[in-house]
Write a protein of this length. Structure first.
Lengths: 93, 412
């Protein structure tokens, strides 16, 4: 099932300036891999080499920080919305 | 002529030019100033510092500006008070208060960071300065903007203490209060920054701004006789000050100005907003943001920008984190005033209260040298003491009335 992923402004260079991307997967990790298959190079900007999200990237699943869910193993269901937000930038822009 | 090579990402190490930016465009880590310490070491000595002005600018080589400071020339070099009475009350033989409640010109440690930030904003050519603030920063940015002849627009959460609001407006600043918490305001300011080409001292100027805090640490080391204390108790909001004090100590150590640093750094928060001390106690470096609910509004940041580094500093130094209730904050403000004659704001009540807890826990020992950071002035947060004191007796102007009242009061 495709879900909607919001991309922060600094990463839109990698997504042909699209602020919202449709991606598929059963977990956050799947979604990130799916993003990488669509836009090569985006995953290393979001994740450390071991695949965990970088410290200053916050990933929200329906407004909830995934660190307080199951991290990158958090399951995704139809209609979910995912936001990727730089922590220090303080906003969604 | 400064000693700044550029900016560098604290996380991934990517280098940047000296620009008004604060986030690594690659990994989104915070940027910090990269100094040429070899060059600094060639020109700085204990003597060169001691021969400098009685202000934070005696450490100007360690500051991230390229030209002479433009504002705040009298900021810093505040008293390190030997607190014998408070020490006796707490059972500590060598206790000091680093007293920035008398900092020039707006009575908090924020004058240090703003003196740097506004000087840097002028170097960059900005005509307007701004900030997200819980009050002390607002006061300081407004005052220094006035001194610099710059425009200022300052954004605060609503519900701040009256002294902090008036203490911003008096300088002719445009002040806007936002429904929400500091964290909401901070987020809004990031968006405002996209629409306005302003120097937000704690956003796009943050790497430079933060280093003004280092002078608080340099002064502690110099005023203790060129050594660092065994313990330092630091109020924590965004976690910038705590990391910069520790950095300052290590810069002095690296340049041979002091011996080995063995200081334990303790983070102090109010229980109603304790994301950093909670993480320290839980043994994690993941900060869980909170919605603040405390009278210690100046340090009520629920989503601290440098929280991770605050936890890291406390852990690396062998320190700890503790928090105190609002009642303990008030009791500690009174204790400091009654023992040392220092009237601090709520954040100072937090550090004094936390020190008491740490002593009880055995983490701070009686024979150790301990410095409590007092970073703001009590006259700005009078609301915290509402109901603590009865109004003074009013008597007729004759000696009988006085003697009667005096005798009565003796029994109180």
């Amino acid at each position: 099932m495709p879900v909607k992923v919001r991309i922060p402004t600094p990463l839109m260079k990698l997504t042909n300036n699209q602020a919202e991307i449709s991606a598929e997967g059963a977990t956050i990790a799947d979604i990130l891999n799916n993003l990488e298959s669509q836009f090569a190079g985006i995953k290393e900007r979001i994740c450390e080499e071991n695949g965990t999200p970088r410290r200053f990237i916050n990933i929200y699943l329906n407004e909830e920080d995934i660190r307080f869910l199951e991290g990158e193993k958090t399951p995704i269901k139809d209609g979910d919305e995912i936001s990727i937000i730089p922590a220090i930038a303080g906003g969604v822009r | 002529m400064g000693f700044v090579k550029g900016l560098r990402c604290k996380e991934c190490g990517k280098n940047y030019e000296k620009l008004p930016i604060h986030v690594c465009e690659y990994c989104f880590g915070p940027l910090e100033v990269d100094y040429d310490y070899t060059a600094i070491g060639k020109v700085v000595s204990r003597k060169s510092i001691q021969d400098g002005p009685p202000s934070m600018w005696r450490y100007k080589e360690f500051m991230p500006i390229d030209e002479a400071p433009k504002v705040g020339l009298h900021t810093g070099f505040t008293p390190l008070v030997r607190a014998k009475n408070l020490g006796k009350a707490l059972g500590l033989k060598e206790l000091y208060i680093k007293n920035d409640s008398v900092n020039h010109p707006t009575f908090s440690f924020k004058d240090r960071v703003v003196a740097v930030a506004v000087s840097k904003a002028i170097e960059f050519g900005f005509d307007t300065v701004s900030c997200a603030s819980t009050g002390n920063l607002a006061n300081s940015v407004a005052a220094h903007a006035a001194e610099a002849g710059l425009k200022s627009c300052i954004i605060i959460p609503d519900g701040l203490e009256a002294g902090k609001i008036l203490g911003t407006q008096i300088y002719g600043s445009q002040l806007i209060a936002v429904h929400g918490s500091y964290d909401d305001v901070n987020r809004l300011c990031s968006e405002i920054g996209s629409n306005h080409d302003w120097a937000f001292v704690n956003i796009n100027i943050r790497p430079y701004y933060g280093d003004g805090s280092k002078t608080y640490g340099y002064e502690i080391a110099e005023q203790l006789g060129w050594k660092t204390p065994d313990n330092v108790i630091v109020p924590v909001a965004g976690s910038s000050l705590i990391t910069k004090i520790y950095k300052a100590f290590h810069e002095f150590e690296m340049l041979g100005l002091i011996g080995k640093v063995n200081t334990k750094v303790f983070a102090a928060q109010a229980t109603g907003c304790a994301p950093v001390t909670t993480a320290i106690k839980n043994g994690t470096d993941t900060i869980i943001p909170v919605k603040p609910n405390t009278i210690a509004k100046s340090i009520a940041i629920g989503n601290p920008a440098d929280g991770y580094y605050g936890v890291k500093t406390a852990n690396e130094s062998g320190g700890w984190g503790e928090d105190v209730s609002d009642e303990e904050v008030v009791a500690s403000m009174k204790l400091l005033a009654e023992t040392e004659g220092i009237f601090t704001e709520t954040a100072g009540g937090v550090t004094v209260g936390v020190t008491q807890k740490l002593i009880k826990q055995g983490r701070i020992k009686p024979d150790e040298t301990t410095v409590i950071c007092v970073t703001g002035n009590g006259l700005k947060t009078q609301e915290a003491l509402t109901g603590q004191f009865t109004p003074p007796a009013v008597i007729d102007c004759n000696i009988q009335s006085f003697e009667e009242e005096f005798a009565n009061s003796l029994t109180v």
